[in-house]
Design a protein. Sequence first.
Length: 442
Amino acid sequence: MKKLFIKTYGCQMNAYDSARMADLLAPLGYAGAETPEDADMVILNTCHIREKAAEKVYSELGRIRALKDDKSRAGGRMLVAVAGCTAQAEGEEILARAPVVDMVVGPQSYHRLPEMIARIARGAGERVEADFPALEKFDVLPQAVSDTGVSAFLTVQEGCDKFCTFCVVPYTRGPEHSRAPEQILAEARALAARGARELVLLGQNVNAYRGTDAHGKGWSFARLIAAIADIDEILRIRYTTSHPRDMDDDLIAAHGDIEKLMPFLHLPVQSGSDSVLAAMNRQHSADDYRRLITRIRAARPDIAFSSDFIVGFPGESDADFEATLQLVRDVRFAQCFSFKYSARPGTPATAAKKQIAENVKSARLDVLQKLLLSQQDDANRALIGTTQNILFEKTGRGPGQVVGRTPHLNPVHVEGPASLIGRVRPVMIEALTANSLKGRLV
Ligand code: 5AD
Ligand code: SF4
């Protein structure tokens, strides 16, 4: 057996892809390893979304180089691959900047890995695969088999046609593409048979899903969710990440009609200022977003929202930033991610003249995060004393402890037997600790 170490950065789609790469390489004799020491192959599955994320890979490659040298001194060989979005964006540059790297493979080319490994063993041929091949990645990659926990990821859609002016995703993941519904349903059933009880449907723009079945019929995202909800073993369905523009009437109605669709929605808004939203090419106003939230809440009153925010986008004034704070106060979020704008090579906003000073970005991020944290805290506190249905996912750190999640995705620690894993049980929420809730079975 050879040892394969994969380190994953970035979003859940990368986590899904890493598991698929492991599945793909298993028949070649590669078994997963927890650490890179002594590995026969190391894959860094990278993220390019912000500069910090992209730079991480080079510091990691420095550490890998030392391990690779150790291995070759001992007479062995370590193959080093850079995969993911930085691989797609930088290609050949990675080979030039980090000679430790043997191959570079973009997110649409993972099915080429076995062929690349063979080429490199022969010491010949192309070491970069970073085009968007016509051949569909999902037709060639094995179906999800490894890493099936109680909650499993299932990629249903990839790529993005929205071209927000700050974002690298349309360039690193390519155009929007939806998998065929039959393929998704087969994978969902296989995951259920292997113990998955919750499916998290993934896509860069997941609610833009538009599948075509073998009869040439179009499937909306709402229809796909309904079909997955018909699988008995699947108890909970979630999806991420969504664009406000793609929340159509059917999908909003699904939040009211499909009980298995959990009342939690990650719906990034990025900013609360209309002029910033326009400069970002988000194609909606702050009030459009408010109205959308109101409509979704009407369909599913207990739904909780999360969002992504960018502060310090080029041209963002104090008044623009204040409008973001106002939107946060109006909507009330359960949990959010917020970032300082990071100029990304090749994206339109990088060329904008009015870049915001780093200290202004930091100060705004601080203010926004305090507000978001206080809302998150309020949402958590409101759960104390209530009974929540918990889907148990794993054992906890303490003995006799199991950990699960509320419908709103909050982790809850409970004293109970491991046999609860994979089941939903009512739990009385008793206390709020640093990062999670404590409760007792009722
Ligand atoms: N700078 C900062 N944050 C960004 N995001 C995407 N691109 C950038 C960028 N250039 C954030 C957005 C997106 C999340 C995944 O990352 O908020 O929703
Ligand atoms: Fe990072 Fe975006 Fe690529 Fe995910 S799709 S790894 S968030 S750049």
